[in-house]
Design a protein around this ligand. Structure first.
Ligand code: NAD
Length: 338
């Protein structure tokens, strides 16, 4: 039986990955410091999959705790989701982001080396493309970052590449996510932001449920069909399926390789609002405000490399993403705090 360590497995994407792994017959061990998540999501993962697994409330900055997990379980590979992810916050408290994301990853890799575990799937982000010159974005494009959060992702990518240069038995997939939204179709797990949501989709669904009065749309003067920003929204369940494909790929491939995980289609903010309104029959009042500093106009993936090499492509459309988000929101108006 193959056992996967899932760091950050109580979080939004990690919890969906945990379900997918369990349903695909893997054993899992989950660690999370619950800084941006709760035990309730661990309970829900077990409910959906109908399986149990060990969970450790463990911080990657606490090496002893991480060591203990590796000493207790025979881990084969690691899916590394744990990290802080709020762009705005990273500008205000950069050192916390560098310490948590970078030191946390270094600690994890050191313990992996000690236990001779060299297979790692890492949550990177399309943010490592900075402000791309053209779309669709390909893995070979130049890399840069526009904020501390993005720089942590970029630095970790370089660190992992250096690891492989130093020891070619490492097998590492750098998965560059575009814009994950949606929720598990059971409505039991989903994105559970603390306070005012940073991301568009949770904001829209909180307006729909009456927790927020209206949506603020940042800029309608971009060079797009309706002037609002265009992004590559991808259903979180499609996204995590890409992780399982990457894991299979690493079984037969040494090296460190980056893959875009996106649909290859760009939709604007207002396209998403309109689809959400159609799917839910709820009206989403919105107000156009100034562009947000650092935002880019258009960004969507060329996902062909993942399709060719991993045999993966996103299947779900914008309707599914809106329907499943709404189902999660309706069932959990206060997130996991019900
Ligand atoms: N959601 C997105 O839009 C998006 C896009 C691109 C990349 N990513 C990356 O994907 C990963 C997962 O994102 P998510 O949306 O599920 O975020 P999330 O905040 O819901 O999940 C991250 C989890 O990691 C945990 N964590 C943070 N620091 C930790 C530490 N030091 N030790 C142990 N646990 C720790 C948090 O408690 C949380 O449960 C992150 O690395 C994020 O940067 C997310």
């Amino acid at each position: 039986m193959t056992t996967i360590l899932v760091t950050g497995g109580a979080g939004y994407i990690g919890s969906h990955a945990a379900v997918e792994l369990l349903e695909s017959g893997y054993e899992i061990v989950v660690i999370d410091n619950l800084s941006n998540s709760s035990m309730e999501s661990i309970k829900r993962i077990k409910e959906i999959a109908g399986k149990n697994f060990p969970f450790y409330e463990c911080d990657l900055l606490d090496v002893e705790c991480v060591e203990n997990v590796f000493n207790t379980h025979k881990i084969d590979s690691v899916m590394h989701f744990a990290g802080l992810k709020a762009v705005g916050e990273s500008v205000t408290i950069p050192l916390k982001y560098y310490q948590n994301n970078i030191t946390g990853t270094i600690n994890l890799c050191e313990v992996m080396i000690k236990h001779n575990i060299k297979k790692l799937v890492f949550s990177s982000s399309a943010t490592v493309y900075g402000n791309p010159d053209k779309v669709p974005v390909e893995e070979s494009f130049s890399l840069s970052a526009t904020n501390p959060y993005g720089r942590t992702k970029l630095m970790i990518e370089y660190i992992l590449q250096d690891l492989y240069f130093a020891d070619s038995s490492w097998r590492i997939a750098l998965l560059r996510y575009f814009n994950p939204i949606g929720a598990h179709e059971s409505g039991k797990i989903g994105e559970n932001p603390n306070g005012i949501p940073n991301n568009l989709m949770p904001y829209i669904s909180q307006v729909a449920i009456g927790k927020m009065e209206k949506l603020f749309v940042f800029g309608n003067d971009y060079e797009t069909h309706d002037g609002t920003g265009v992004r590559d929204f991808i259903h979180v369940v499609d996204l995590v399926k890409g992780h399982l494909k990457a894991l299979e790929y690493l079984e037969n491939h040494e090296g460190v390789e980056a893959f875009n995980l996106g649909t290859g289609k760009g939709y604007s903010v207002l396209d998403l609002v309109k689809t959400f309104e159609d799917v839910t029959s709820k009206r989403i009042p919105y107000k156009i405000v100034e562009r947000r500093k650092g935002d880019i106009g258009v960004c969507y993936a060329n996902p062909q490399k993942a399709e060719k090499k991993l045999g993966w492509r996103a299947e779900k459309d914008l309707n599914d993403m809106c329907k499943d988000t709404w189902n999660w929101q309706l069932n959990n108006p206060n997130g996991y705090r019900n």
